[in-house]
Design a protein around this ligand. Structure first.
Ligand SMILES: Nc1nc2c(ncn2[C@@H]2O[C@H](COP(=O)(O)OP(=O)(O)OP(=O)(O)O)[C@@H](O)[C@H]2O)c(=O)[nH]1
Ligand SMILES: [Zn+2]
Length: 213
């Protein structure tokens, strides 16, 4: 049976809006608000009662924040590189980057921390760009495994460093507040590229640096 959404699709406003294949078509604001009213009614409440009447507009604005990652090119954050780091080649590690994402199976929040390291080979970036990279991929519908891999691979392809390591520890709303209902449970994923993949001691150093933070 075909499900009628009643959602009118429109062409994207700009090239930025087209930044990801998944966003080739986006419904307009009115269609989004209609969908939210449908969800409120499905939850069992009255979308027209006073406290809920502005909720669809708020949710539409919140979605723009939670899914802002579709509107940016994550690699663009890594384009400004500094080549005068005096030949620094050792590990650069940014620990405990706050991470907020959304699970693609249930559209429930994924909340946690990312730890990102690279071993430069000529090019270093402003350290905040690692946080921006994490956020750009996180603010999409995600699987934690894919999120971890995308961050690592983009860093590796763009900066051409000797190695990249990414560890993400996060809790999934779809497990903590529904389904198996296990608050406190967290998922840990890792991506190792370049010399982190081949050198167990580098991995141990990385893991001991992030332990207990
Ligand atoms: N591997 C992986 N699984 C995830 C992630 N986010 C959510 N999941 C899981 O995706 C699975 C979806 O399973 P389904 O059986 O299709 O969905 P469900 O009936 O809602 O399953 P339950 O959550 O067990 O109630 C669940 O096991 C979730 O825990 C993620 O980032 N990575
Ligand atoms: Zn989920």
């Amino acid at each position: 049976m075909e499900f009628q959404t009643g959602v009118e699709m429109r062409e994207p406003d700009s090239k930025e809006e087209l930044s990801d294949a998944a966003t080739t078509l986006r419904p307009g604001r009115a269609a989004v608000e209609t969908a939210v009213r449908t969800l409120i009614a499905a939850a069992g409440d009255n979308p027209m009662r006073e406290g809920l009447v502005e909720t669809p507009a708020r949710v539409a604005r919140a979605y723009a924040e939670w899914f802002a990652g579709y509107r940016v090119d994550p690699a663009a954050y890594l384009r400004r590189v500094f080549e005068e780091a005096e030949g620094y080649q050792e590990t650069v590690l940014l620990r405990s980057i706050p991470l907020v994402s959304t699970c693609e199976h249930h559209m429930a929040p994924i909340v946690g921390r990312a730890h990102v390291a690279y071993r430069p080979s000529g090019k270093v970036v402003g350290i905040s760009k690692l946080s921006r990279l994490v956020d750009a991929f996180a603010r999409r519908l995600q699987l934690q495994e894919r999120l971890t891999q995308q961050i690592a691979q983009t860093l590796f392809d763009t900066l051409e460093p000797r190695g990249v390591a990414v560890v993400i520890e996060a809790s999934h709303g779809c497990m903590t507040s529904r389904g198996v209902n296990q608050p406190g449970v967290s998922m840990v994923t890792q991506a190792w590229l370049g010399d982190f993949a081949s050198d167990a001691e580098l991995r141990r150093d990385f893991l001991s640096s992030i332990m207990g933070v």
